[in-house]
Design a protein around this ligand. Structure first.
Ligand code: F6R
Length: 359
């Protein structure tokens, strides 16, 4: 039931602070130590490499997750698109462990990989929102997202839930392995900060409505750019914009623009820069100046700690490894209001289905 909301998507965007709190309750003790099945932890610990396999938005959540597993647990992690991996399996490490990210638990492309993985007798974990879903039943282990049903075709709360749960799992793994980075990382406190930060963003709906109207409503195309984690989020926010507002959008590694794509920049082309990583903030700002000099309409989404007076949207500061959970929200809301202001059916974009059960 969407209650007083015009569309499920907005309701689901609004639910994200509570999803963060729920994951914290389910998977963390009061003292912040993770509660994760010991067999699962042992199985992952004995692997020499993680392979995250997923499609669409879940793939984008995996890109963020990989950085968490590498930085908190010190385990090399690859992320793959299911439909590619299924028929072009790369050379694997000696002891691979597979993580399937899938909101629905029914995505045929991901299932095809799981069937291959099972045939090769490799252990696997499905992270899903749907108990008893096909990928949950067929993997060795399951962790549930507890995000509540996601009805809108465009995924929002499942993306942030997948990232939060991967952060918890990475913390658990790193701690089990006595890694300092994991021991020093207070995931419980971070998720509380994230929940509050998300709330502050979703309370600013009028700002995003206005920005969508001025920057995105009449444009044929748009770019999201960033580096590292901000690049991963730019892929997701571009996908959101494409699928529900039909604006041709690309997420781009900001350093790559000048190697070709900058030719597409015209007067008033929207270029949205995501800046949450201290190390690369200055570089992405230079890239924004390059496109502004060619007429682009630049918009910035920046964490408080890195903000300058002219920035468009300022995000509350959280640990740099967790910023994706906040920087994605403006992109979700901008996509929503662009679609809404175009009079489109936000929850049911053309040509798309909620769960994609054919390859
Ligand atoms: C985009 C979207 C899709 C799904 C993809 C995978 O908003 O919803 O890209 O993320 O079809 O679906 P799941 O996660 O159910 O495997």
């Amino acid at each position: 039931d969407k209650g007083t909301y015009p569309f499920y998507m907005l309701k689901e965007i609004d639910e994200q602070p509570n999803v963060m709190r729920k994951l914290s309750q389910v998977y963390l003790n009061d003292d912040g130590t993770p509660v994760i099945n010991a067999d699962l932890l042992d199985a992952i610990k004995s692997a020499d490499r993680l392979y995250i396999v997923a499609a669409g938005t879940s793939y984008h959540a995996g890109l963020v997750g990989a950085k968490l597993f590498e930085s908190l647990a010190g385990v090399p992690t690859e992320v793959h698109v299911s439909s590619e991996f299924a028929y072009n399996q790369p050379l694997l490490s000696k002891k691979p462990f597979f993580i399937f990210l899938t909101q629905s638990g029914e995505t045929a492309d991901s299932r095809e990989v799981l069937l291959n993985v099972n045939e090769q007798k490799f252990p696997s974990l499905t992270i899903t929102n749907v108990p008893n879903s096909t990928l949950s039943r067929e993997a060795t282990y399951t962790l549930l997202l507890h995000a509540g049903p996601e009805i809108a075709v465009a995924s929002t709360k499942a993306y942030t839930a997948q990232i939060a749960l991967q952060a918890i799992l990475a913390k658990a793994l790193g701690e089990a392995d006595d890694q300092a980075a994991a021991k020093d990382f207070d995931v419980k406190q971070q998720l509380a900060l994230v929940a509050n930060g998300m709330q502050a963003l979703v309370d600013e709906k009028a700002t995003f409505d206005k920005l969508a109207k001025s920057a995105l409503l009449h444009t044929p195309n748009a770019f999201y750019i960033g580096r590292g984690l901000d690049y991963a989020v730019s892929l997701e926010t571009a996908l959101k914009l494409k699928e529900i507002s039909y604006v041709q959008a690309e997420g781009f590694a900001s350093g790559e623009l000048k190697h070709g794509t900058i030719a597409l920049i015209e007067k008033d082309t929207p270029v949205i820069g995501i800046i949450t990583q201290q190390k690369t903030a200055g570089l992405t700002r230079s890239n924004l100046q390059e496109v502004a000099a060619r007429g682009a309409k630049t918009i910035t989404i920046v964490t408080d700690a890195l903000a300058k007076p002219d920035d468009t949207i300022v995000l509350p500061t959280v640990d740099e490894r967790m910023t994706a959970l906040l920087s994605v929200v403006p992109g979700q809301l901008l996509a929503y209001y662009t679609s809404l202001n175009k009079g489109l059916d936000v929850d049911k974009p053309r040509n798309l289905a909620k769960s994609v059960t054919v390859e």
